[in-house]
Ligand binder design. Structure first.
Ligand SMILES: Cc1cc2nc3c(=O)[nH]c(=O)nc-3n(C[C@H](O)[C@H](O)[C@H](O)COP(=O)(O)OP(=O)(O)OC[C@H]3O[C@@H](n4cnc5c(N)ncnc54)[C@H](O)[C@@H]3O)c2cc1C
Length: 397
């Protein structure tokens, strides 16, 4: 039987942060991380398209799911503290114009290196290729898999999204077996599946757009039309607002820089200026040609031969369609494609002053395994690092 003072299940962002904070807080205590993949932190390498958007200057004011629970934790380890945490390991960061923090190296590998080297330096024992599959409460602590005895236990197993990077949902039954409640789970920060009849010709086309979902939420940024629906950061951000029945209508403002009146005026001007040009592609001066053509077809139900055939009344309908291009949402892509899991262990059963369970003494949880998720932009790693550090610090005190 191996023994340790603090055991962390899951060597991802929150688990490694928890381990470092625990070892720094109590250098005399033994800290162990159990990770079922051959190496810790695999997912970190994939974050931010390989650049790792590790936080956001606005994290403390951002609306997370269960913000009331999450924000005090994030404030405790606010962005200055996050920056200091990484600088203390020799990793420097810079923010872009939207407040997104990236390592100065622009490399996610450097973030993982910093965390792993710090774990080594602090004498943290990382046991890889062992999956935690059973936890039993025992005298003075917990026994994991029947072979590791620990006084304090931190669950940092992540969610169900991107299972090839280790987060396969196996942390949920562990928490359930200790009496915790799970809320409904769904993939989040994931591509939207929609009706595709009106966008068949747009596969692979990108556009700047403002999106609104009938079930709540709006976003602005780049979208990508695909053969199943809509991808791109702005669309993925809205997946957080899809309800369990998956029913919703997506309204796309394809001309966010124009008012509807301005769009109508411009269409009339183009039609008058060059009436002989084909209607197909006639809006190429203000929007991707294929999108303009799809919008004309959707608005009028047919594609006129020439620009000159479009009457002012029809121009008004086309302008309205460009400002409110509607697609019926039919679902989302799966957990394999999702960046985050919505739902998780019920936060009401944890104390956000310590991350300790209100049901089981000396049991802690942090990161995505809890029912907290945020938008794209570094908010999820900000949560993982802040909650992990708080859990590690509390467990070590
Ligand atoms: C492609 C992609 C890109 C992303 N980009 C960003 C970004 O740029 N910015 C951002 O803020 N967020 C991003 N995210 C989200 C972010 O990575 C997660 O929210 C964050 O990693 C969650 O941290 P965590 O520690 O809770 O879980 P994870 O990082 O998933 O770590 C959980 C760890 O636990 C291990 N584990 C699970 N079950 C067991 C078990 N039973 N026994 C032993 N080990 C176990 C796993 O192997 C894994 O190493 C991205 C996600 C993906 C998939």
């Amino acid at each position: 039987m191996k023994t340790t003072d603090i055991l962390i299940i899951g060597g991802g962002a929150s688990g490694l942060a928890a381990a470092i904070e625990a070892a720094r807080t109590a250098p005399d205590k033994s800290v162990t991380v159990l990770e079922h993949l051959p190496k810790a932190g695999k997912k970190i390498l994939a974050t931010g398209n390989g650049r790792c958007n590790l936080g956001n200057l606005n994290a403390a004011t951002h609306k997370y799911t269960n913000a009331k629970f999450a924000l005090p934790v994030i404030e405790k380890f606010a962005v200055e503290s996050l920056v200091d945490f990484f600088e203390s390991m020799g990793l420097y960061t810079r923010a872009d114009s939207e407040g997104r923090l990236y390592p100065m190296s622009n490399s996610a590998a450097s973030v993982l290196d910093a965390l792993r080297f710090e774990c080594d330096k602090l004498g943290i024992n990382i046991i890889c290729e062992e999956k935690a599959s059973q936890i039993k409460k025992s005298d003075g602590g917990f026994t994991v898999n029947g072979n590791i005895q620990t006084k304090k236990l931190i669950i940092a197993t992540g969610g169900k999204s991107s299972p090839s990077q280790g987060s396969d949902g196996s942390g949920y039954p562990l928490l359930k077996s200790l009496g915790h409640t799970l809320t409904q789970l769904s993939p989040s920060l994931v591509q939207l599946k929609t009706d595709t009849a009106s966008i068949k010709s747009l596969k692979g086309v990108r556009s700047k757009a403002r999106l609104t979902l009938s079930t709540g939420g709006s976003s602005e940024g780049e979208i990508l039309f695909t053969d199943y629906g809509v991808s791109g950061i702005a669309a993925m951000d809205l997946s957080r607002f899809i309800k369990a029945d998956k029913k919703a209508v997506l309204s796309i403002d394809l001309l966010p820089d124009f008012t509807q009146d301005k769009a109508k005026e411009v269409i009339i001007r183009i039609a008058k200026h060059n009436p002989a040009i084909p209607a197909e592609g006639m809006l190429g001066g203000i929007i991707h040609k294929a999108i303009g053509t799809a919008a004309i077809k959707t608005a009028l139900g047919f594609l006129p031969k020439t620009a000159g055939e479009i009457k002012p009344k029809q121009a008004a309908i086309i302008a309205a369609t460009l400002k409110d291009f509607r697609l019926k949402v039919t679902g989302t892509k799966s957990y394999n494609d999702a960046q985050v899991t919505r739902g998780g262990a019920d936060v009401n059963e944890f104390d956000n002053g310590t991350m300790m369970s209100k049901k089981v003494k000396n049991l802690y949880a942090c990161g995505e395994v809890l029912n907290v998720d945020g938008a794209c932009g570094g908010f999820n790693l900000a949560w993982a690092f802040a909650s992990g550090r708080l859990a590690g610090k509390s467990a070590a005190q």
